[in-house]
Design a protein around this ligand. Structure first.
Ligand code: NAD
Length: 463
């Protein structure tokens, strides 16, 4: 087998495997290096997908216990089968990792299992699980090595009671009490899972708010809803350590009493992963946050070497990495390829979901951009009532004079799906009037988006 390729991608997460598939579609002889035996990266193996499987399952359980009665469906004897819930999740992950392997075969992508390390520009040494090495040559090398969990000083995962998101996808039993460090994406999603399954969840957050970076008004509404669901929050709480004590853990917080709990989930962010990649060997220097610097076409300082996804600047989101993978490879082959960073949605898959695209109201205020705002509540939508999902709202921010949509924020059922229309609107440079004039099927949650667009110019109908 030849080890010479047109393009090799290091890392087979959503950024890397999508880049490899697109390169193969464009006719390049493409190879992919991945250290794990399964393809799909953090997202598919230990991130987005397994967490969504658990969010869905735990929500069903919680609904059966607490909500079915309101629909006139009386159930009794509801029981949690955690082992089955976890094995269902593992089955979904297995199907998807095998699905990526199938796509590799379909697209004739050569797969190397092992840790990839640059020996020179265009040369990557792969050390396989058996320590055997293979040197690969490629005209173009795309670094798509993703990110790893950021460690918090004094909170050392012990493979038991103190752990990260990966551990929290497989607790063998529901902890009585769980302390979550960090009220970001992971803390709220996995905190919700274990709270629904019966754990007493306390979220400790250093800042004076949850979900930093998201629209402040929407984040404040989210906090109220989560509190009603039973999650408790301590804001302004800087965690300084976690120590196992017998079969419990003591979490220390600056300036306040320690908290004792059964398990600790540390989720204070992620950092770029360039471990063992040999960037020094080819003269690539990472920035002060460990990221690989790139130009708008994902070219690093070294000719023929590119980087995409969590290992470069920007939000650490699977779809952002995918978009960059496609744009990077298309630019290499066709000379065109572009990512619009103003139109990348972010979604927190709690219940209700929280979704956001474009500018937040805080950002518009800071920039002095004149804007109009239209909001519409789920409460006034017929479908939301039928679904029993009346919490939340859609908020659209449009330029005060041009009416161009600058940002949109949704909290409510299926927010992650509703945000797609708003992302497309931003991508197409739509005005709120464009959304308002487009027909939206009745009765759907999408009508809330249209009503929020009407509300931008003060003419919402159903309120
Ligand atoms: P995050 O950056 O979303 O949140 C981390 C939180 O921890 C912040 O609010 C921060 O203020 C807080 N924190 C930091 N140090 C602290 C301390 N000493 N004490 C208390 N709080 C502290 O990070 P995350 O939730 O770990 O997620 C990691 C990455 O994974 C994110 O970049 C996110 O984009 C991505 N992710 C996305 C999704 C999704 O798209 N649904 C889901 C999970 C993760």
């Amino acid at each position: 087998m030849s080890t010479k390729h047109d393009l090799v991608v290091i890392g087979a997460g959503p950024g890397g495997y999508v880049a490899a598939i697109r390169a193969a579609q464009l006719g390049l002889n493409t190879a992919s290096i991945e250290v794990e035996p399964e393809l799909g990266g953090t997202c598919v193996r230990v991130g987005c997908i397994p967490s969504k499987a658990l969010l869905e399952a735990s929500e069903r359980y919680h609904e059966a216990l607490h909500s079915f009665g309101a629909f006139g469906v009386n159930v009794s004897g509801v029981e949690l089968d955690l082992a089955k819930m976890l094995s269902r999740k593992d089955g979904i992950v297995r199907q998807l990792t095998q699905g990526v392997a199938f796509l590799y075969r379909k697209n004739k992508i050569t797969r190397y299992q092992g840790l990839g390390r640059f020996t020179a520009p265009g040369r990557v040494l792969v050390e396989g699980p058996d320590k055997a090495t293979t040197e690969i040559e490629a005209k173009h090398v795309v670094i798509a090595t993703g990110s790893k969990v950021a460690n918090l000083r004094g909170v050392v995962p012990d493979g038991d009671r103190i752990g990260t998101s990966t551990d929290a996808l497989s607790y063998p039993a529901v902890p009585e009490s769980l302390v979550v460090i960090g009220a970001g994406y992971i803390g709220l999603e996995l905190g919700s899972v274990w709270s629904r399954l019966g754990a007493k969840v306390t979220v400790l957050e250093y800042l004076d708010r949850i979900l930093p970076g998201m629209d402040t008004e929407i984040a404040a509404e989210a906090k109220k809803i989560f509190e009603k669901q039973g999650l408790s929050f301590r804001l302004g709480a800087r965690v300084t350590g976690a120590q196992p004590e017998g079969d419990r853990v003591v979490v220390t917080v600056e300036g306040s009493d320690p908290i004792t709990c059964d398990r600790v989930l540390s989720c204070v962010g992620r950092v770029p992963n360039t471990d063992g990649l040999g960037l020094d060997a080819i003269g690539i220097k990472t920035d002060d946050r460990g990221r690989v610097p790139v130009d708008p076409h994902f070219r690093t300082a070294v000719s023929g070497v590119y980087a995409i996804g969590d290992v470069i600047a920007g939000p650490m989101l699977a779809h952002k990495a995918e978009d960059e993978g496609i744009a990077c490879v298309e630019h290499i082959v066709t000379g065109f390829g572009h990512v619009n960073y103003d139109a990348i949605p972010g979604v927190v898959y709690t219940a209700p979901e929280i979704a956001s695209v474009g500018k937040t109201e805080d950002e518009l205020k800071r920039a002095g951009t004149p804007y109009k705002k239209g909001t519409f509540p789920y409460q006034a939508n017929g479908r939301a009532k039928a679904l029993g999902a009346v919490e939340g709202r859609v908020k659209i921010l449009a330029h005060a004079t041009t009416d161009r949509v600058l940002g949109a924020h949704v909290i409510g059922a299926h927010a992650g799906d509703l945000i797609a229309e708003l992302a497309v609107s931003i991508e197409f440079g739509a005005s709120s009037e464009d959304i308002a004039r487009s027909s939206h099927a009745h009765p759907t949650l999408a009508e809330i988006v249209r009503e929020a667009a009407f509300a931008v110019s003060g003419r919402a109908i159903h309120i």
